[in-house]
Design a protein around this ligand. Structure first.
Ligand SMILES: [Zn+2]
Length: 323
C-alpha cells in the first residue's frame, strides 16, 4: 500500500461526501447491546515525522497549521496523539469486525485539519467520505477517509460515529440508504462505543402527503435537499437508529454478518450505487431469512415496490442460514 497515494490521493472520483455528526442528547443509558472491548496489540509507525502515522488499517495525517493547538505543538506531541487515537480506532475496528463482520479492504485515511471545512455547501467539524481510485495495476479500489478538527477528534462519540461511516464505505461501498447508514453510526456511537446517549425514536417520521414514512426522503446531509427543520433532522438519526436496533434485537449479530456479506462487492470495482429502499429491504430479507416487507411496509410505513422486493432478492449462496 502506498501511504502517500492514500493520504494525498487526488486522482479518484468522489463518490459520496458524508456525514455531519449530531451531538448526542441526554437521556437514559441503553445497555441492551453495549459491550466492552479491549485495545488490540497493534504496531504504529511514523511514515513522515510529525505528519503521518499509520497502522495496518488507518493512516493519520496532520495538515499544516495545527501547531497552535494544545497537544499539537511539537513533532513528538503530534505523534503521541496519533498513536493514542490510532489504537482507539483499531479497538473500534476490532469490535465492529466481531459484532458486525465489517472488514477493511483498504486503509482508512484520517485527516486532522486546523479548521472547519466546507462540504456540500455547509461547514463541518467532522465528516466521512469515500472515493474510487484507480491503482497502477489497473484495478479500482474504494478508499474512505474521515476528516476531523482537533475538537472533533477529541470527542469520542464523534470519532466513533464518523469512523463507522468510513468503515461501512470500506466494506460495502455506498449501497446503504441514508437512514441505515446514520442509524448504524448512532447505534455504534451510543451503545457499542458507549459515548454519548441517544434515545431511539420508534414512531414514524411523518407521514408525507401520501401517508408514507418521511425518513425515506431524508438525506441526512445531501445537497439536493433543503435543510430540514432541526427537530426532524434530529429525529431522522434517532428513527434510523431505532430501525437498525430493532433488526439487531430480533435477529442478533448474525443478521449483520449476513447483511454485510450480501452487500460486499462481488467483483473488482463493484462499488454500486445507493440502493433504493425496495432493493435494500430485499437484501435485508435475505439476511434475515424471512421477508421484512410486512415490517417495513405495515409497521414503518415505507413505500416499497413489490416487484422490486421480489425480483431483487439476492442469492444467499453458501452464507449460512440463521435458522
Ligand atoms: Zn452520520
Amino acid at each position: 500500500m502506498n501511504w502517500r497515494a492514500l493520504v494525498y490521493g487526488l486522482c479518484g472520483t468522489l463518490l459520496f461526501a458524508g456525514c455531519y455528526t449530531v451531538p448526542a442528547e441526554e437521556g437514559p443509558a441503553k445497555t441492551a447491546v453495549k459491550r466492552s472491548f479491549t485495545v488490540p496489540k497493534v504496531d504504529t509507525r511514523v511514515v513522515e515525522p510529525g505528519k503521518i502515522v499509520a497502522t495496518d488499517h488507518f493512516v493519520m495525517r496532520f495538515e499544516d497549521g495545527l501547531e497552535t493547538f494544545r497537544g499539537y505543538e511539537t513533532v513528538e506531541s503530534r505523534e503521541n496523539l496519533a498513536r493514542g487515537k490510532l489504537l482507539q480506532m483499531e479497538a473500534q475496528y476490532a469490535f465492529l469486525k466481531d459484532a458486525l463482520d465489517m472488514t477493511i479492504h483498504e486503509p482508512v485515511g484520517v485527516i486532522v485539519v486546523p479548521g472547519e471545512q466546507a462540504v456540500l455547501g455547509r461547514t463541518a467539524e467532522a465528516h466521512a467520505s469515500a472515493r474510487t481510485v484507480r491503482m497502477a495495476d489497473g484495478s479500482t479500489v474504494l478508499q474512505s477517509q474521515v476528516v476531523f478538527t482537533p475538537s472533533a477528534l477529541a470527542d469520542n462519540g464523534t470519532l466513533a460515529h464518523e469512523l463507522t461511516h468510513a468503515l461501512q464505505y470500506n466494506c460495502i461501498g455506498i449501497r446503504a440508504p441514508a437512514w441505515f447508514a446514520e442509524g448504524l453510526a448512532m447505534m455504534v456511537q451510543t451503545e457499542f462505543a458507549g459515548y454519548g446517549v441517544t434515545t431511539p425514536r420508534a414512531t414514524v417520521l411523518g407521514p408525507d402527503d401520501e401517508g408514507f414514512n418521511l425518513i425515506q426522503q431524508w438525506r441526512a446531509h445531501g445537497t439536493e435537499q433543503q435543510p430540514w427543520p432541526p427537530d426532524l433532522e434530529r429525529d431522522g438519526y434517532r428513527h434510523g437508529y431505532h430501525i437498525v436496533l430493532t433488526l439487531r434485537n430480533r435477529y442478533g449479530d448474525p443478521f449483520y454478518h449476513r447483511l454485510f456479506k450480501l452487500l460486499s462487492p462481488k467483483t473488482d470495482g463493484d462499488w454500486g450505487d445507493e440502493m433504493n429502499d425496495s432493493r435494500f429491504v430485499a437484501v435485508m430479507s435475505a439476511a434475515a431469512g424471512e421477508s421484512l416487507v410486512p415490517y417495513f411496509r405495515d409497521v414503518l410505513r415505507f413505500h416499497l415496490t413489490d416487484a422490486e422486493t421480489r425480483t431483487n432478492a439476492p442469492d444467499v449462496g453458501d452464507i449460512p442460514s440463521l435458522r
